[in-house]
Design a protein around this ligand. Structure first.
Ligand SMILES: [Zn+2]
Length: 179
């Protein structure tokens, strides 16, 4: 059909790389090259009917599952390099023994929640210890302040973390002691 947008090009099923769509948690998921999207040869406008839409959705779901596995794998490797033991990680994240090593063969892939936790830990492996402490029920256990708390806590000359009238320097000190 002739493109209703420009009236010049023809709308033809088109495959190719670089077509990124927001899908679930991923803002720029790349669709598989083989997915056909009716596209104008002149202006590039895409014309998606129900049938094509369903096919795109299915392909995006597939690509999303692959992306979750890849991100989980990358994060697990990074944490391993930082000597975080897989068994410890499984306990902290509440998944069964061995789950992280057989992600790829598991019937269902990892959930976005699990992958989110893995990615955050891989970006700051020191927080694994913090997570262990956060799971503890003992109130005497100091809960480490996280990086960046200083700017939140230091408002108008008063430290709003239970103490008052402290300088930013002593707020920093609290953070160091707790770490
Ligand atoms: Zn067009």
């Amino acid at each position: 059909m002739i493109c209703p947008a420009c009236g010049l090009g023809e709308v033809v099923p088109t495959q190719g790389p670089g077509r990124r769509w927001p899908h679930k948690t991923i803002p720029d998921l790349e669709l598989p090259e083989a997915v056909n999207i009716p596209t104008c040869t002149e202006c590039g406008e895409q014309w998606i009917d129900d049938e094509t839409g369903a096919a795109i959705e299915a392909a995006a779901d597939e690509a999303f599952r692959a992306a979750l596995l890849e991100k989980a794998d990358d994060s697990i490797h990074t944490l391993r390099r930082h000597r975080v033991q897989q068994r410890a990680l499984e306990k902290l994240l509440g998944v069964s023994h061995g789950y992280l090593s057989k992600l790829r063969s598991a019937e269902r892939g990892p959930s976005p929640h699990l992958v989110a936790a893995l990615m955050l830990l891989a970006r700051a492996p020191e927080r694994v210890e913090e997570l262990r402490s956060a799971w503890s029920m003992r109130v005497s256990e100091p809960i480490p302040l996280f990086a960046g708390i200083e700017s939140l806590a230091w408002v108008g000359g008063t430290v709003h973390n239970g103490a008052t009238d402290q300088s930013p320097a002593s707020a920093k000190q609290i953070e160091v002691e707790a770490a």
